[in-house]
Design a protein around this ligand. Structure first.
Ligand code: SF4
Ligand code: SF4
Length: 458
């Protein structure tokens, strides 16, 4: 089944979804059923966020509602409206895996999930639920509750090292970030000759998957074949990324199953867990530790800021002082913004694209040879992962700006409140390199944490 679907029984042909589709993949005449051109779709789920046509028990009757809910393989406890545009749910598979005693289940949750999950339980926009999220995952029965924020720090170690290597040795520049799978698919589909500009780093989700079934198998003394690795993502495209053929660096599928933030809320409710009443709990050691740099991956500009916090040290051998860790010129929500960052003798020229529609002019500059930058972050969704297609749905369009601003604010507050704010300062990161990966960009790191793309060879 495709990752993103439009249900013709529910679609009214309002075309609101086509207005937000960054790749013009929604097809159909006005007031007629729309369909998605699967070859162009990048699975971002912005159509899923936008669609307001639904079925409900109240308006369509129990029988029709239940049929739709069953078609989507959702638990019987789901009672909320079901919308015409939707992502294929994998939670039935997860519920079965959690009951299987032969499986050792490991879960990770992305940085943006904790900035929005609480909304689905009636808590206000901007409620951070890092601790309640860990508690909820434990109540669902996962054997280990690790964290994508940990592997976001790992991504920075690899990606900042790759950037410094490219800058120092006249490698391919500008280098683009590669943690947004919709962006990667867009590059492969439309600019295949330029994929050598993508960082070879896997995304945090995939780095986590690769280390859970190798390093994680060792420290938990469990057979990698028994590990069932699950991720909770704000993003509908992450299922596509996990299913990519090459994502098997561990020797097995690195990630077995992906669910979205919204689906996690359904599961928590289905399990009868009172989310709002949960205590704050920690993530499991060692792959549950993270710094502020890992946390800010959730927002536009965050990967860039995290990379510079570490890249600065790699380039200069010095630490950014406390007063310079917040790199304010990188923040904001404009579709394309640039900044120059001084690191010793080097002026690092960087760009940030947020919203995939804003990438095309930048790539046309690249083609024309007029793009004078070292490093560019691209995120498909309007304000980065906090506004991902798998996040809690904003039923009233007027709430969108307020919700996105609140989610971004709480992520930066979380960053400021953490004791360590640079990836290279994390004890868990130091430990995994000393015990297992040796150093960034080592042979083993390359085998597990880097990838290649469709398009011209590197
Ligand atoms: S999928 Fe939803 S938003 Fe798109 S045309 Fe149909 S009803 Fe409108
Ligand atoms: S998932 Fe994204 S790319 Fe695909 S149709 Fe929806 S908005 Fe367009």
């Amino acid at each position: 089944m495709p990752i993103i679907n439009i249900d013709p029984d529910i679609c009214t042909g309002c075309q609101e979804c086509s207005k937000v589709c960054p790749v013009y993949a929604v097809e159909g005449m006005a007031r007629e059923k729309q369909r998605i051109a699967g070859e162009r779709c990048v699975f971002c789920g912005q159509c899923v966020q936008k669609c307001k046509s639904y079925v409900s028990v109240l308006e369509n009757g129990v029988e029709f509602y239940n049929r739709k809910r069953d078609e989507r393989q959702l638990p019987e406890t789901v009672t909320e409206p079901l919308f015409a545009a939707y992502n294929t749910s994998r939670i039935a598979g997860l519920m079965a895996a959690l009951k299987d005693p032969a499986k050792f289940t490991i879960v990770q949750a992305a940085p943006a999930v904790r900035a929005a999950l609480a909304e689905d339980f009636g808590l206000p926009f901007g409620t951070l639920s890092a601790g309640r999220l860990a508690a909820a995952l434990r109540r669902l029965g996962f054997d280990r509750v690790y964290d994508t924020n940990f592997s976001a720090d790992l991504t920075i170690m690899e990606e900042a090292s790759e950037l410094v290597e490219r800058v120092s040795n006249k490698g391919v520049l500008p280098m683009f970030t590669s943690c947004c799978p919709a962006w990667v698919r867009y590059m492969e589909n439309n600019y295949g000759d330029y994929t050598k500009h993508l960082s070879t780093c896997k995304s945090p989700q995939q780095m986590a998957g690769a280390v859970f079934k190798t390093y994680g198998a060792k420290i938990n003394k469990v057979d990698p074949a028994k590990i069932y690795s699950v991720s909770v993502m704000p993003c509908t495209a992450k299922a596509f990324e996990a299913d990519r053929e090459e994502m098997n660096g561990s020797g097995c599928r690195d990630i077995d199953l992906v669910i979205t933030t919204r689906e996690l809320a359904w599961l928590v409710r289905n399990a009868g867990v009172d989310f709002a009443g949960l205590p704050d709990e920690g993530y499991d050691d060692p792959m549950g530790e993270y710094t502020g740099a890992g946390a800010i991956f959730a927002v536009t500009g965050g990967v860039m800021e995290a990379a510079i916090r570490t890249g600065y040290t790699l380039i200069t051998g010095k630490e950014l002082g406390e007063d310079a860790v917040d790199i304010l010129p990188l923040r904001g929500t404009e579709g394309f913004r640039t900044a120059e960052i001084k690191a010793g003798d080097l002026i690092l020229k960087v760009g940030i694209v947020t919203g995939l529609k804003n990438a095309e002019p930048v790539l046309e500059q690249l083609k024309a040879g007029t793009l004078d930058l070292h490093f560019i972050e691209v995120m498909t969704c309007p304000e980065g992962c906090v506004s991902g297609g798998g996040q809690p749905k904003l039923l009233d369009n007027s709430d969108t700006a307020e919700a996105y601003a609140a989610r971004r604010r709480v992520i930066f507050e979380h960053d400021r409140a953490l004791p360590k704010r640079k990836s290279h300062e994390s004890g868990a990161i130091k430990k995994i390199y000393s015990e297992y990966l040796e150093k960034p960009n080592s042979h083993r790191a390359h085998e597990l944490l880097h990838t290649s793309y469709r398009g011209a060879p590197h």
